[in-house]
Ligand binder design. Structure first.
Ligand SMILES: [Zn+2]
Length: 238
């Protein structure tokens, strides 16, 4: 992928001159990190606003920042303006919300693709079977799926951090092309599971703030959120 990102200059080159695992500089703390551990943000010169580009589409001029509220705040105070050589508008809470929404959209896209490829197990019984057979790489649980989280195999997947919380049963059902309500899905494809997990981890530090602010939110789902976020906030995040 070609990139016109300022911070791409720090990319390490492999023997053939192609970028190996390219590194970027966080516009907040100034530390280097692998590009896929940072959130890419793009800048609209006309409005001065920044937008999150979680899929790293390469669109526009980009800067990178750690998926941490601290780094986003610092980046807004000067790092982004330096990269873009322009005034930057935006507040950390709005960027955090954008990161969560972009992550949800990306995860939904990944799940839709996996469904079409026959790489999902859908519904608590089928998911529990897939977990027992070790065919399930990651479990996606609706936030209002209280009963499904009590199924032992699923409970264990959540406790071991091998689960992410996404949407509600209705939303998961509509992703599964209108199967009614769906409480739990397992991803059977290792690559897709890794991409979903990585996207979820990126947005994890911003997630509690958003869900606390959201007016919806089914009762009794907080325990799942907390557990999965603790599991995901492992050393890999920073
Ligand atoms: Zn940083």
């Amino acid at each position: 992928m070609t990139t016109n990102d300022e911070s791409a200059r720090t990319a390490r080159k492999g023997p053939s001159g192609t970028p190996r695992r390219s590194e970027r500089t966080c516009a907040g703390c100034g530390k280097h990190a692998a590009a896929d551990e940072l959130v890419r943000v793009v800048h609209d010169p006309s409005s001065g606003e920044v937008a999150v580009d979680l899929a790293s589409s390469g669109f526009g001029r980009g800067a990178h920042v750690h998926p941490s509220p601290d780094c986003v705040v610092k980046a807004l105070k000067g790092g982004l303006a330096r990269v873009f050589k322009a005034k930057v508008e935006g507040d950390a809470a709005a960027i955090g919300e954008q990161i969560v929404r972009a992550a949800d959209r990306r995860i939904e896209g990944l799940l839709t693709g996996a469904r079409r490829a026959g790489q999902l197990a859908v519904g608590a019984d089928v998911v529990a079977e897939a977990l027992k057979d070790r065919r399930a790489h990651l479990v996606v649980v609706a936030r209002d799926a209280a009963a499904a989280t009590k199924v032992p195999a699923i409970e264990q997947a959540i406790a071991s951090g091998n689960a992410v919380a996404l949407g509600d049963k209705q939303r998961l059902g509509s992703l599964m092309s209108g199967r009614g309500e769906v409480a739990v899905i397992a991803v059977l494809h290792a690559g897709v599971a890794a991409a979903v997990g990585q996207t979820y981890r990126m947005s994890g530090p911003f997630r509690s703030a958003v869900s606390n602010a959201a007016p919806s939110g089914a009762a009794g789902t907080e325990s799942l959120d907390v557990r999965s976020e603790e599991a995901w906030s492992s050393s890999e995040v920073r």
